[in-house]
Write a protein that binds this ligand. Structure first.
Ligand code: PLP
Length: 288
């Protein structure tokens, strides 16, 4: 798993009884460092779980080949990347399976919690369907020790309506990101997100980095620009994992946690809003 991700990625692995093995982030893309994955594989490794963080797909072709050669599963955490592209493929289609989140704040969000697993493996789909329904295919025939993680039909109904708008909403996010990338390119000390060649981000978040992140965040708030943190605490330093990994160093992930700042992005913003925000961010950074 990437060292730098929302902690849910690690928790999902831990919940199965497996141990998440962190791989540090790539300092440019902030996604998992592809060049460091192979060295982290041991004879106990069962799966590789890249995260398309902030909406930016991790290039998957070489990873899939590595997994196939080593007998590992490639499981994509696509919770933040509905509609993202890696070449001609959509995020969530290159692994053996992928997980999507429909938490309301996501690019495709329900009116409450929800999520989905996608796979092109019919046997796996059958097993996951059973696991989500008390391990049962037929009433009172419980073949697996599953639970209840069915998608609520009411949420599914909301999502079916919203799905039709996903491409348009993602396009708006991409237009806003293009404005930020152009207008903030010369802003001193502000590090802009870099997207891996051949991929198309759906910009779930627009995360910049600045050495005086807290001062910048406060100053932006005063100017009416809310900026959030994704994520301020490294997973290996969080209470849940400090005992296991707290002594390990993941310097890139730690640096991202210390300097990251998420600028406003989403289909609710107009392109004029984005321009105005870019002007304010540039002014505020220069005044620090
Ligand atoms: C990268 C990532 N993975 C997993 C999750 C978990 O999704 P959910 O909240 O739907 O369980 C989230 C979001 O919450 C996420 O951002």
């Amino acid at each position: 798993v990437p060292a730098h991700t929302f902690i849910a990625t690690w928790l999902a692995v831990a919940q199965t009884g497996a141990v998440p093995v962190p791989v540090d982030a790539d300092p440019d893309t902030m996604n998992i460092d592809l060049s460091a994955i192979e060295a982290a594989i041991t004879e106990r490794t069962r799966a590789i779980m890249p995260v398309h963080l902030y909406g930016a797909p991790v290039p998957g072709e070489a990873l899939r080949a590595l997994c196939d050669a080593r007998g590992l599963m490639l499981l994509e955490d696509a919770a933040q990347a509905h509609g993202g592209r890696d070449g001609n493929r959509r995020a969530g289609t290159i692994g053996h399976a992928a997980g999507f989140s429909f938490y309301p704040g996501k690019n495709l969000g329900a009116f409450g919690d929800g999520g989905a697993l996608v796979t092109d493996d019919a046997d796996l789909a059958d097993k996951v369907r059973m696991l989500s329904n008390y391990g049962s295919r037929e009433k009172y025939q419980h073949e697996l020790a599953g639970g209840n993680s069915r998608l609520d039909p009411l949420q599914a109904a909301f999502l079916s309506v919203k799905l039709k708008h996903l491409d348009a909403w993602n396009t708006r996010r991409q237009q806003i990101a293009a404005i930020y990338l152009e207008r903030l390119a010369q802003t001193p000390d502000l590090r802009l997100p870099l997207i891996a060649p051949g991929t198309q981000s759906v910009w779930h978040l627009f995360v910049v980095r600045h050495p005086a992140r807290e001062a910048l965040r406060l100053a932006l708030t005063k100017r009416g620009v809310p900026a959030a943190l994704h994520y301020p605490v490294a997973n290996h330093h969080s209470g849940a994992f400090a005992a296991t990994f707290g002594q390990r160093a993941f310097p890139v992930a730690e640096a991202i946690c210390a300097t990251c700042l998420s600028l406003p992005i989403g289909p609710h913003l107009s392109l004029d809003d984005a321009s105005e925000i870019a002007t304010i961010v540039d002014q505020v950074v220069r005044s620090l």
